[in-house]
Design a protein around this ligand. Structure first.
Ligand code: GUN
Ligand code: ZN
Length: 437
């Protein structure tokens, strides 16, 4: 039987395109009394409440006023097997990987453990108002299998891949060039394009892949052009020094991925902090994307992302949590730390740009801008409901806020999971006591 239509009434905010600055209100679609008609997981109508309601007399009305409804947040870089690595003390990137992260990821060889963690992982995303993510699994196919199965059960749009890593890591997380190719290929055949799920070919980074394995990743990319690809690049100076030692013939870090045939609009490059100018122009020419992970960069002391430089060069970028190098699952907290990290470079992340980035911007970076990231008829019904008065300090601050920009900035700087009043995935509410999945 068809599900009854839902009519979400709220203050609605969505972006038509990237705002070109603080004054660029034409980029916004903001409605004081907005409505979204939802049928079968899709937005069937979006606009002002009276007009939309008149055309849908049978729909169940859910009134979220005075809260704001935005497209669900999108997190384009997060690690499933690092859910319990967050807040591991005292190390730079390479030390943190060796000491905490690789041993933890080794546990995901156990399919029961992976299955037990898939629910809590997706729960944390929903609690944060994140409705789509690009996820790194562990090197074990079972971790990605478990995650896809649970995401499918919940109707979540998700992109994920098993990390490929065949050297410079302990045995429990190492695969081989051949096994990584075979496992990735089997996961693609089983999951890519199934419902709302997509596969991302995921060589971890140049240090942990032999040239033969990077070649295998490139072969997968050539054989499956519809798959995203994700990896890390130029996050810390010690990492770059190790990469140089391992690939003395490469022009630079990006060149290693280029030689493997991985560049292009399907490639999400996590971090991209310490870049050579050739790398920036080559990223722009090939359409490869950078992903800014502010809480991770600050926590690990990796460095400061230069958003203005990349944007100026025409490189598209996303903004992400990078759990568990990152310290918060919340895209609101991520936008807040993004503001501070960019401020240290003399750049200011305006709330219009911030909320565009976490919604439509990330959707476009993931090649999903035609399905998610905006509130418009035909788009998938993934939504976040935000309450800028969720905590006492926020209420106190909001008492002196008069404009939408101020409210958004309060959410950006003070918000986290507490400001997420509800989250809809595929048109269905995800939070609260009555939720059945
Ligand atoms: N570089 C290679 N692997 C990782 C990882 O798991 N986290 C972060 N932050 N950087 C990496
Ligand atoms: Zn990462």
């Amino acid at each position: 039987m068809a599900e009854r239509a839902r009519l979400i009434r709220a203050r609605t905010l969505s972006f038509r395109r990237a705002p070109e600055g603080p004054e660029d209100e034409a980029a916004l679609d903001y409605r004081e009394d907005g409505a979204l008609l939802i049928r079968e997981g899709r937005i069937a109508g979006a606009g002002d409440f009276p007009a939309i309601a008149a055309g849908a007399p049978d729909a169940e009305v859910i009134d979220h006023r005075p809260h704001l409804v935005l497209p669900g947040f999108i997190d384009p870089h997060i690690h499933f097997p690092q859910s319990q690595v967050v807040a591991s003390w005292g190390a730079d990137l390479l030390d943190w990987l060796a000491r905490y992260t690789f041993p933890e990821e080794a546990r995901y060889a156990d399919p029961d453990l992976a299955r037990a963690m898939a629910g809590p992982f997706l729960d944390r995303l929903a609690a944060a108002g994140t409705t789509t993510a690009a996820v790194y699994g562990s090197s074990h196919a079972a971790s990605v299998e478990a995650l896809f199965a649970e995401a499918e059960r919940r109707g979540v749009r998700l992109v994920a891949g098993k990390v490929m890593m065949d050297r410079e890591a302990p045995e429990g997380v190492r695969d081989t060039a051949q096994s990584a190719y075979d496992d990735s290929k089997a996961l693609i055949a089983r999951w890519h394009g199934r419902g709302r799920l997509g596969y991302a070919i995921t060589p971890r980074f140049a240090i942990t892949s032999t040239p033969a394995q990077l070649e295998a990743a490139g072969a997968l990319a050539a054989e499956h052009p519809g798959c995203l690809r994700q990896t890390h690049m130029s996050e810390s100076l010690a990492e770059i020094a190790r990469v140089r030692a391992l690939f003395p013939q490469a022009r630079d870090y990006l060149d290693i991925y280029e030689q493997a045939g991985l560049l292009g609009p399907e490639l999400l490059l996590g971090h991209c902090i310490h870049l050579e100018s050739r790398e920036v122009s080559r990223m722009a020419e090939t359409g490869s994307r950078a992903v800014f992970c502010p809480t991770s960069n600050l926590f690990l002391g990796s460095g400061l992302f230069d958003a203005a430089r990349l944007h100026g060069a025409g490189v598209a970028s996303g903004i992400a949590t990078d759990i568990g190098g990152g310290t918060s699952w919340s895209m609101l907290a991520t936008l807040g730390e993004g503001y501070k990290a960019l401020a240290l470079r003399g750049q200011r992340l305006h709330p219009y740009e911030a909320f565009h980035w976490a919604t439509r911007g990330n959707a476009v970076a993931m090649g999903l801008g035609d399905r998610i990231g905006t509130l418009a008829a035909g788009m998938e019904a993934d939504l976040v409901v935000l309450d800028a008065r969720a905590t006492e300090p926020m209420r106190l601050r909001m008492a002196r806020a008069e404009t939408l920009v101020e409210e958004l900035f309060v959410l950006q700087i003070m918000g986290d999971e507490r400001a997420v009043a509800q989250c809809y995935v595929d048109g269905r509410p995800q939070l609260g006591p009555g939720v059945t999945r």
